[in-house]
Design a protein around this ligand. Structure first.
Ligand SMILES: Nc1ncnc2c1ncn2[C@@H]1O[C@H](COP(=O)(O)OP(=O)(O)OP(=O)(O)O)[C@@H](O)[C@H]1O
Length: 976
């Protein structure tokens, strides 16, 4: 097979005596080079002694005839152009390049490209044409300018390069840094009619051309010719190049970049996406402001109140009774036989030292899920409502506030109202209810203040936060409210503000409120209607708060006049006061103790004691109790008091209360109130309201919750832009950093190493950056558990909202930014489809990593454990990615592990996408050419696996999301 070279030496047996190219008067034209013998070595397709005449026939002819003077060449079949160098079909090529050769008619030159073009915008000279040929192994091109059949001038161009533009690979942009031109002797434009020889001599370059589909082209030269052809020389071309498989393997892939058009489309798409995000955010924010942030004008219109109350079905006063409550955990008894009750309109305080069991009791009364074993009976108005009914009629405020820091006070309460009030209740009524609650709690003045994030954003004070938490529980107007340590962490002023507020709520709405409190100030103590004093899980007092002092005095523990009674009581539960050694007190103690032990009060006296503050005055009750306790029934002296020590002091207090008439009376009252109590689940005082949804799944309710939670998550996202911008800027910076480090990689051995490296590093970066999802969820974990427990929403609606407005934006946007920036800078395969597939894999990969982290976040209570597990899983996944460990090296028995690795799918997809269509060429040691599929196979990747990997990555995302949801639903539950 004869393979002509562009610069093959033409056999010229003898040098005509009249021509010697070594002489200054003679020279080789059309790119011919002068041999030491004085003959010219002509480019392929050129002949004559000075290479000034085209050769005819065909490119692969052994002996090509020279063209006849001023006549066109008669080309062989399948060939065209001024010197028959331009192939017309595959068949023409096969004679010279083998059976599977093809004729490429686009202007993309693999090795040597030939063109024959007519000018289309030089009207002042008739019938002008241009012939062009390029040798891409030496990066040189030559063109000739023709008028009719006569060559006018030629230019030799060097340091040429070409770039394939856009998809389809049919548009080429070429440029050559240098040019030298020569005029043909006595040609029409070189002196015979027009003299352009001086101008032609001055041509130096650079020059540039562009060809679309190998047909519509233009050319210009910028040092000289541009002054004659300011609008470029437009050309209609016929281009051709014969190539076979070996040529494809041999070539050094051309530098390729996106066309300006494609780049503009990408930039426009990015700008459009930003604009859409901005507009959607603005519109949503406006809508949310209208929905959640609107201040409505409160009227004194009773009708309005009635309308609101019609939707608030839980309006009946509540009496709560509890009997023999015991609680054991880990073999230890935390509560023993606690019995008590509270009436509508009463504020009951549960007091005791730390660890006494106050919170445990409150949790049991509020029917929270407990880890230990509970026994006893808690009834509401003598009946036992089911859990959901109970949740609807009660409110629970935790010791610590779990509020969303980015929301305002009004928004927080509006969200609670929207989620907890009946769906069919008109928005205006909900807004009115929120306004009422804020007014009740005295926080209407700070309605539009942001709650604040500790350490990040200053917000409202601790006392105000506590009142907002109470407000959240109050929006449904529950008649029974539980508060765990509502004053803890508050200063004296804020503490009494909160407690006065609770007292007002009791009085105004006949609500029943139970609070646990550690050591209240005396002004707060005075607000309590009834008091329960616990020590080591046992009752040492339950009765009216204002008779406490008399009760303990009767036991011999008089509260010193300069002492806060609450402090004294707490001290008393811990140790015997020093003044108990005083004989006088001991005597009193003995005397009163015997009263407690032996006195049998009349029922009338007890009725007075236990009546509600609403029905009789507390003072009357106090007096009745005092009479009862100080009755002059003098009993025998008890020697046991002489034995009173620290150890049996507590026992003495329990025993005293247990045996007291007060305890008997309480029990009698509870049993009377529970008369006929049943565990009938058909409890119906509050629940058969038309406004409350049934227990069954409702699509409308789900949608309602989903839209509200999405709104809240969305607000959280755009009001907390730090997180979003941190992701955005990190991606941008990392993209630029990677782009700079791997700037314009080659396609040699080093280039392939760099491509493998940068894609692996990108995967690792995205994988480990996704661990921020762990922290994001753990922050909301408590809020979710509490709101779920309080019946705000279902786990499904929370999860979907979280995924749609938290996981997706934060996991899709950053890889798109980073990927786009680094792709251009690194010079990865610039085919549009390859670029888009690259972005698709990055996004899916990042979602897979986030899904995995979400699984661990839902599975583990501790962020550190979740972090450890996520990082270890990530590292092992990485090992099976194919970069650190060749897949073929993995022992068969362990090879299944790679199917669990999302790195395996993500990295393989990226590598296949990048290398499949590229041929590596390295000349460092020898001229090595390795096609992309072979490189992939050597590294253990499957060149056909792109879409398979993408679908597996998608499946991995789905599986991790579903698993996360199941963990959330079944494991992330409040258990105390
Ligand atoms: N889930 C549990 N696991 C182990 N111990 C528990 C659990 N719940 C309660 N306890 C134990 O029960 C006792 C009472 O706890 P509780 O929190 O009710 O006390 P408290 O009176 O509210 O204390 P504080 O005022 O300090 O909050 C404590 O000794 C506590 O360790």
């Amino acid at each position: 097979m004869h393979r002509p070279s562009l610069f093959s030496k033409r056999q010229e047996p003898t040098c005509p005596p009249c021509f010697n190219c070594q002489l200054p008067t003679n020279s080789c034209t059309n790119g011919g080079s002068c041999e030491p013998s004085g003959t010219c070595s002509c480019p392929v397709g050129w002949g004559d002694i000075d290479c000034g005449s085209p050769l005819c026939g065909s490119l692969y002819d052994e002996n090509r005839p020279q063209r006849q003077q001023n006549q066109d060449c008669a080309c062989d079949d399948g060939w065209g152009g001024v010197n028959c160098n331009v192939c017309q079909n595959d068949y023409a090529c096969q004679g010279g390049k083998g059976g599977n050769a093809t004729c490429i008619k686009s202007a993309i030159g693999l090795k040597s490209m030939h063109a024959w073009c007519s000018t289309t915008n030089i009207p002042w000279i008739d019938n002008t044409r241009v012939s062009l040929q390029c040798d891409w192994e030496s990066n040189q091109c030559i063109f000739q300018f023709w008028k009719d059949q006569e060559e006018q001038f030629y230019c030799e161009m060097s340091e040429c390069s070409q770039t394939i533009l856009s998809s389809g690979d049919h548009d080429v942009h070429g440029q050559c840094a240098k040019s030298t031109c020569g005029c043909m002797k006595d040609a029409f434009m070189c002196g015979r009619e027009v003299d352009m020889s001086e101008l032609v001599k001055n041509v130096k370059g650079p020059s540039e051309w562009y060809c679309k589909d190998g047909q519509d082209c233009w050319y210009n030269e910028y040092s000289t010719l541009v002054s004659v052809f300011p609008d470029n020389i437009n050309l209609a071309c016929d281009v051709g190049e014969c190539v076979n498989e070996q040529d494809y393997l041999d070539v050094k892939p051309v530098d390729r970049s996106f066309s300006r058009y494609t780049e503009s489309v990408i930039v426009l798409a990015i700008l459009l996406a930003c604009l859409i995000i901005y507009v959607v955010t603005k519109i949503t924010a406006k809508r949310q402001k209208r929905l959640f942030g609107t201040q409505i004008r409160l009227t004194d219109d009773d009708q309005d109140d009635d309308d609101v109350n019609a939707y608030l079905s839980d309006q009946q006063p509540v009496q709560l009774t509890f009997e023999n409550i015991c609680y054991n955990i880990g073999g230890e008894r935390v509560l023993s036989d606690v019995t008590g009750y509270t009436e509508p309109g009463q504020l009951m305080a549960v007091m005791g030292p730390s660890g006494a069991g106050k919170s445990t009791l409150l949790d049991i009364l509020a029917r929270k899920h407990k880890c230990g074993v509970t026994s006893g009976q808690v009834l509401v108005n003598g009946k036992l409502p089911d859990r959901k009914q109970f949740k609807r009629m009660t409110g629970y405020v935790d010791q610590d506030d779990t509020l969303m820091g980015v929301l305002t006070v009004r928004e927080t309460l509006m969200f609670a109202a929207m989620l907890r009030l009946p769906r069919n209740m008109p928005l205006r009524y909900k807004q009115r209810r929120v306004q009422d609650v804020m007014k009740e709690l005295g926080i209407d003045g700070i309605a539009d203040h942001v709650i604040g994030i500790p350490g990040q954003q200053r917000g409202i004070s601790g006392g105000e936060k506590r009142r907002v938490s109470i407000g959240k529980a109050l929006v449904t107007s529950p008649q029974l409210l539980f508060l765990d340590e509502p004053t803890s962490g508050l200063d004296a002023y804020n503490a009494s503000m909160v407690m006065s507020c609770l007292k007002r709520l009791c009085r105004q709405g006949s609500r029943t409120i139970i609070v646990t409190i550690h050591q209240p100030r005396s002004n707060i103590f005075k607000l309590f209607d009834s008091l329960m004093l616990l020590a080591s899980g046992k009752l040492i007092y339950f009765g009216p708060a204002n008779t406490t002092s008399r009760y303990f005095s009767s036991l011999g523990y008089s509260v010193p006049s300069d002492y806060n009674i609450a402090d004294y009581l707490i001290d008393l539960t811990i140790k015997r006061p020093d003044d108990m050694n005083d004989q006088r007190l001991r005597r009193t103690s003995s005397r009163t103790s015997s009263v407690v032990l032996h006195n049998n009060p009349s029922d009338e006296q007890l009725d007075d004691l236990h009546s509600s503050p609403e029905s009789s005055s507390s003072i009357a009750a106090a007096e009745a109790a005092a009479t009862l306790l100080e009755g002059d029934n003098v009993a025998d002296q008890h020697e046991e008091y002489d034995l009173l020590t620290e150890a049996n002091h507590a026992h003495h207090l329990f025993g005293s209360y247990k045996d007291s008439a007060l305890a008997r009376r309480t029990l009698a009252h509870v049993q009377k109130a529970n008369g006929g109590a049943t565990r009938d689940a058909s409890y119906s005082v509050w629940v058969n309201s038309k406004n409350h949804q049934s227990n069954s799944f409702s699509l409308l309710q789900f949608w309602h919750e989903l839209s509200l939670l999405s709104s809240r998550t969305f607000i959280n996202l755009y009001r907390n832009p730090f997180l979003f911008f941190a992701h955005f800027f990190c991606s941008l910076v990392l993209g630029v950093l990677l782009g700079s480090l791997f700037w314009q990689v080659e396609i040699d051995l080093t280039g392939v190493q760099n491509r493998l490296g940068v894609l692996f590093f990108t995967c690792a970066l995205l994988g480990f950056a996704s661990t921020s999802a762990l922290d994001m969820f753990s922050k909301e974990r408590v809020l979710f558990m509490r709101e779920r427990e309080s019946g705000y929403y279902s786990p499904a609606s929370y999860f979907l909202a979280k995924v749609a407005f938290d996981v997706f934006p934060l996991r899709c946007f950053p890889p798109l930014v980073m990927g786009s920036v680094m792709y251009f800078m690194i010079g990865l395969n610039p085919t549009m489809s390859v670029f888009l597939k690259f972005l698709l894999v990055l996004v899916l990969f990042n979602l897979a990593a986030a899904g995995l982290c979400l699984c661990f976040a839902c599975l583990c209570k501790s962020v550190s454990v979740a972090n450890l597990l996520a990082n270890l899983t990530m590292l092992f996944s990485m090992l099976f990615g194919g970069f650190l460990l060749n897949k073929e090296h993995i022992p068969a028995v362990l090879s299944w592990l790679q199917y669990l690795s999302f790195f395996n799918y993500g990295y393989e997809a990226l590598i296949v996408n990048e290398l499949k269509d590229i041929t590596l060429r390295d000349k460092t040691i020898a001229d090595i050419q390795i096609p992309g599929p072979i490189i992939l196979a050597r590294f253990g990747f499957n060149g056909q696996a792109f879409w398979r990997d993408v679908s597996r990555l998608g499946a991995f995302v789905m599986v991790t999301m579903v698993a996360s949801f199941l963990f959330l639903k079944y494991l992330v539950k409040e258990k105390r």
